[in-house]
Write a protein that binds this ligand. Structure first.
Ligand SMILES: [Zn+2]
Length: 166
């Protein structure tokens, strides 16, 4: 059964998995509601404890909760809306892989398996689509500018024909 706040959560996360960024459209269906702090460990239903998550991220995260030893070693899951993710994790340009910048980042990537082959492939495809879109936009601009040049030249030809009485 869907979580009672499913709709609010999916809107708050713009229909994407808070952990890996995959969208509903990419995955072909609605995602799940994850309890950042697991219910089995006393987590509640407050807005900040509910993360929109794809099935894989939700599974890999499981019921993990940092214990004293983890806390000492900065091992925890990053909260998509509360933690400054970019300070812990960075996308390697052209490789589609996430690189950790901190110990927490490394743990986060490993636990959620954020470099799983399907995700890396997905990131590379997304990157390629963006690149193709930019190339297409630039070609459309060029066609527009060439069309204006052709129109101007045609007018010039007409003008010259009139002058020469043709
Ligand atoms: Zn995910």
């Amino acid at each position: 059964m869907a979580h009672p706040q499913h709709e609010q959560v999916r809107q708050r996360y713009s229909f994407r998995c808070g952990y890996c960024g995959v969208s509903e459209a990419d995955s072909g269906g609605r995602l799940t509601v994850d309890h950042y702090h697991p219910v089995s460990q006393g987590g509640g239903e407050s807005e900040d404890n509910l993360v929109y998550a794809c099935i894989k991220c939700n599974q890999f995260k499981g019921d993990f909760i940092p214990h004293a030893d983890d806390q000492r070693n900065e091992r925890r899951v990053l909260h998509p809306l509360i933690d400054p993710i970019g300070q812990h994790v960075q996308l390697e340009p052209g490789k589609g892989r996430l690189k950790s910048l901190t110990r927490t980042g490394r743990f986060h990537i490993d636990l959620l398996q954020l470099n799983r082959p399907e995700l890396v492939k997905h990131r590379l495809q997304r990157q390629e689509r963006r690149l193709l879109k930019r190339q297409l936009d630039s070609l459309i601009d060029k066609v527009g500018s060439l069309t204006s040049t052709i129109t101007a030249l045609e007018l010039e030809v007409e003008r010259l024909k009139r002058i020469h009485g043709q």
